[in-house]
Ligand binder design. Structure first.
Ligand code: 13P
Length: 252
């Protein structure tokens, strides 16, 4: 079994002014200074990225973007390029979050291009996938994920994807307080690993970190993290408060 360092990531979505973001990051930095054996990432809103990068510099916290565009530069109003994220100090980038798929026309094809651009620039891509409530109820969970993974990772070889992180975020569990049970999440994570074995190979499938996201909180993190194929969490609401998020970082 590959040795996968857990990753606890906070997606701050469209919350916090620059000063609020810097304050939360500073508090988090103090709270988690003594934690080891877990990677920590926060993804502030774009306006706060540079300031948060400065605030956590030299600590055990990494910073990520919440999205990116695949071109390096050009006439693309409103977009940020991978090199711009690297330039301000980002190490990670979240790609294909369900909110971007739902509200901003993100597709598996654009996810695929964004992953390629992230990798080319040295950013660690966190590819988000997940089924809606209707899809789960219709028994389509695995087929939806199958399509998202195959299209999102189309054209890559295992060697290209050494840093890839996958975040399984069932849409019905995001911001709803309805967490998937640890058994439901484990079932999907195990399925994803078998899918990665089929597309690539077993060594690769065993090395990819697969995070769970959707109403993760201090009360359910240890149960989720006890599952063999759950390698961390992508946390929304509960990552906005440094004290609560640091409990999640400690799995408690
Ligand atoms: P919540 O933790 O608020 O459910 O959000 C999950 C999420 O979307 C993280 O990317």
């Amino acid at each position: 079994m590959a040795n996968r360092t857990p990753l606890i990531a906070g997606n701050w979505k469209m919350y916090k002014t620059v000063s609020e973001a810097v304050e939360t990051a500073g508090q988090l930095k103090k709270n988690v200074a003594d934690t080891a054996g877990v990677d920590i990432m926060i993804a502030p809103t774009f306006t706060a990225i540079a300031a948060v990068c400065d605030s956590v510099k030299g600590s055990n916290i990494d910073v990520g973007g919440q999205d990116l565009f695949w071109e390096t530069e050009g006439a693309y109003t409103g977009q940020l390029s991978p090199t711009m994220l690297v330039d301000v100090g980002c190490r990670y980038v979240i790609i294909g979050h369900s909110e971007r798929r739902q509200y901003f026309a993100e597709t598996d094809e654009s996810v695929n291009k964004k992953i390629a651009a992230a990798i080319k620039t040295g950013l660690i891509p966190v590819m988000c996938i997940g089924e809606s409530e209707n899809q789960r109820e219709a028994g389509q969970t695995f087929s939806v994920l199958d399509k998202q993974v195959k299209k999102g990772l189309k054209g890559f070889f295992a060697d290209d994807l050494k840093t890839l992180v996958i975040a399984y975020e069932p849409v019905w569990a995001i911001g709803t307080g309805k967490t998937a049970t640890s058994t439901q999440a484990q079932e999907v994570h195990q399925y994803l690993r078998s899918l990665l074995t089929e597309i690539f190979d077993q060594t690769f499938a065993q090395s990819v970190r697969i995070l769970y996201g959707g109403s993760v909180k201090p009360e359910n993190v240890s149960e989720l993290m006890s599952m063999p194929d759950i390698d961390g969490a992508l946390v929304g609401g509960a990552s906005l408060n440094a004290d609560i998020f640091s409990k999640i970082v400690r799995f408690q």
